[in-house]
Each structure stands twice: as structure tokens, then as C-alpha cells.
Write a protein that binds this ligand. Structure first.
Ligand SMILES: NC(=O)c1ccc[n+]([C@@H]2O[C@H](COP(=O)([O-])OP(=O)(O)OC[C@H]3O[C@@H](n4cnc5c(N)ncnc54)[C@H](O)[C@@H]3O)[C@@H](O)[C@H]2O)c1
Length: 297
């Protein structure tokens, strides 16, 4: 039985991590206990933990005393401090992205976390549509990987390092990092910066990542193309949740909750397996740093 402390009871913790933990507990009653829910806004923590038996605290340091493992879902300004403290106390940690508020802080915290039991919460690695596309892909090396991240009305200046990071990290996960120089083009469209990144991997895959925070729709689409074959996934939590491989079409259930459509249940399972020593600590903060550096902050 792993006692989990959830630090931060805001939007993402409430809508994704907490329900995924409850679901895991329901299906594997002996595997985990949500021992503490912590938020500096105690009312928020109370509202989330109500009725589950978890301790409710407003001090994250105190919450660590009640935990065998930690999920940190706090603002990026606090994430490095929580991560360093967990590492010092040898507490396994699932840390939310971004790794920190700035690139230099991200570099510093990754250096400090060397050897620690930490997984970065890059949930596209566990997205069920991406997972199915990867299964079809198998050993095929795509000639082209194109990922398009589209959003509506996302004007916040930190969109690129805080949200764009997901698709850059995903491109590296699926095809590899640049083998040589990366091309980058930024331009302003409809009130926000749109960014195009292009690179070629050591295996010869041409990677195109397009990040469009004000395109006018919410969608994440992954396309892979090789000689005589192609596939595509469209995220279920933002889009219609479809995977196409050649002329096979696989739709995902529309009635799944968003945390399941996003793969947070699979991420929770992977984190718990790593805590038990039965799985890898992946994605690692060091791998996420590669994407953070490509974005420059
Ligand atoms: N992986 C994803 O797809 C994804 C999506 C959204 C957000 N996130 C990440 O999750 C984290 C939280 O985002 P959010 O949207 O839930 O933000 P939020 O503002 O809704 O929640 C953050 C919570 O942390 C609490 N908090 C702040 N300082 C604290 C402290 N000292 N002690 C205890 N609690 C404290 C706040 O009161 C708040 O409730 C961020 O790092 C964000 O980047 C990830």
C-alpha cells in the first residue's frame, strides 16, 4: 500500500490526478491510499478530499510526513522546491510540467534531481490515442512526423513553455531529438505567437511541430507517414478521439471522463509501478529538459 500525498488541489489536480487516483484505488484497493491532500487554500483541499479519509493540510511540508510518494500539482514557481525536498527525503515524486518557471531554473532543478525517483508528468506519453498510434507504428520509422497543437483564445505569454512543451516533448518521444540544427519560425497571428519547429532525427525522420494557440479550435493531432503507409491520432480529451492507421479507423468512447481520455489513469499506473520498483521513471525530468531547451524557456 503506497500512501500518496497530492500537493496542490487546483484545477488540474481536481480534474485529472485526483479522479485517476480514486479510480485506481477502486480497482486496486490494496495498492494505494490517498493519505493527504494539501493546498494553501484549505477550502479547496477540503472540497477535493471530502469524504475520502485523506488528511487535509495547508502545509505541503507537513503533507510529506504522511506520504510514501507525492504528486506535485502546484504552480511552476513552487515545483522545483517541492521536487528538491522530495529528493532530499527520498520520496518518489510525480512532478507536473513545466519543470520550473524559467529555463535556467529547470536546468538547475534537473541537475539537483540526478538519481532521484522522479517522473515528469508529460501526460501525452500516456494519451490512449497516442498509445494506439505507437502500437501501430511498431518498428516503422516515419519519414515525416507532424504534430499540430491548436487552441482557441490562448493569449497567455507563457503558453509556449507551459503548454507547447507537451508537443515538443511528444515529438522527441515519438521520433527523436534533432540531429543537428533545428529550424524555428515565430510569427504573430490572431493576437498570439505561433511557432513552427522543424528538425531531422538521426534515423532520418523529418519532424514538424506547429503550435498555434489562437487557431480557433482545440485539437492535438499527430501524423506519421512512411513509404506506402500513414497514420494519425487526434486527442480524445480535446478532439474527436480517433486513431487512423491506413484505412482502419479506431474511435475512442465519447463518454470517458477527460482524465481517462488524457491517459491520466495510465500515467498513475506507471507512476505506482515505478514506486514499487516494477517500472521505469519515465518520462524523466532530464528528457523533458531537452524539449524545454528547444523551446528556449
Ligand atoms: N499535464 C497537463 O496537461 C497539465 C494541465 C494543466 C496544468 N498542469 C500543471 O499543473 C500544475 C497546476 O496547474 P493548475 O491548472 O491546477 O493550477 P491551479 O492554480 O488551478 O492550481 C494550483 C494549486 O496550487 C496551490 N498552491 C499554490 N501554492 C501552494 C503552496 N505553497 N502550498 C500548497 N498549495 C499551493 C494553489 O492554491 C492552487 O490550488 C501546473 O504546474 C501546471 O502547469 C499540467
Amino acid at each position: 500500500m503506497i500512501r500518496i500525498a497530492l500537493i496542490g488541489a487546483g484545477a488540474h489536480a481536481s480534474d485529472y490526478h485526483f479522479p485517476a487516483l480514486l479510480d485506481h484505488q477502486l480497482h486496486h484497493p490494496d495498492s494505494l491510499q490517498i493519505s493527504a491532500v494539501c493546498d494553501k487554500d484549505l477550502a479547496r483541499a477540503t472540497a477535493l478530499a471530502g469524504g475520502t479519509g485523506a488528511a487535509v493540510l495547508d502545509s505541503w511540508q507537513d503533507a510529506l510526513d504522511l506520504a510514501d510518494a507525492v504528486i506535485a500539482c502546484v504552480p511552476p514557481s513552487l515545483t522545483p522546491e517541492v521536487a528538491r525536498t522530495c529528493a532530499r527525503r527520498n520520496l518518489p515524486l510525480l512532478m507536473e510540467k513545466p519543470l520550473a518557471s524559467t529555463l535556467s531554473e529547470a536546468e538547475a532543478v534537473v541537475a539537483d534531481l540526478a538519481g532521484a525517483r522522479v517522473m515528469a508528468s508529460m501526460n501525452r506519453h500516456f494519451d490512449p490515442t497516442v498509445t494506439l498510434l505507437r502500437r501501430h507504428l511498431g518498428d516503422h520509422v516515419p519519414r515525416l512526423l507532424r504534430i499540430t497543437q491548436s487552441r482557441s483564445q490562448r493569449f497567455e505569454p507563457e503558453f509556449l513553455p507551459f503548454t507547447g512543451i507537451h508537443v515538443v516533448d511528444l515529438a522527441i518521444f515519438l521520433a527523436g531529438a534533432p540531429d543537428g540544427a533545428m529550424d524555428r519560425h515565430d510569427s504573430i497571428h490572431h493576437g498570439a505567437r505561433w511557432t513552427d519547429l522543424h528538425w531531422t532525427t538521426a534515423a532520418g525522420t523529418r519532424v514538424e511541430v506547429a503550435i498555434k494557440p489562437t487557431l480557433g479550435c482545440n485539437q492535438e493531432r499527430v501524423e506519421v507517414v512512411g513509404e506506402g503507409w500513414q497514420g494519425e491520432s487526434r486527442s480524445a480529451w480535446m478532439d474527436d478521439g480517433t486513431v487512423r492507421w491506413q484505412d482502419e479507423i479506431h474511435p475512442f468512447p465519447k463518454d470517458w471522463p477527460d482524465w481517462k481520455k488524457a491517459g491520466t489513469d495510465l500515467e498513475t499506473t506507471a507512476f505506482l509501478a515505478a514506486c514499487r520498483g516494477e517500472g521505469p521513471w519515465e518520462p524523466t525530468p532530464a528528457s523533458v529538459l531537452v524539449a524545454t531547451k528547444l523551446l528556449g524557456g
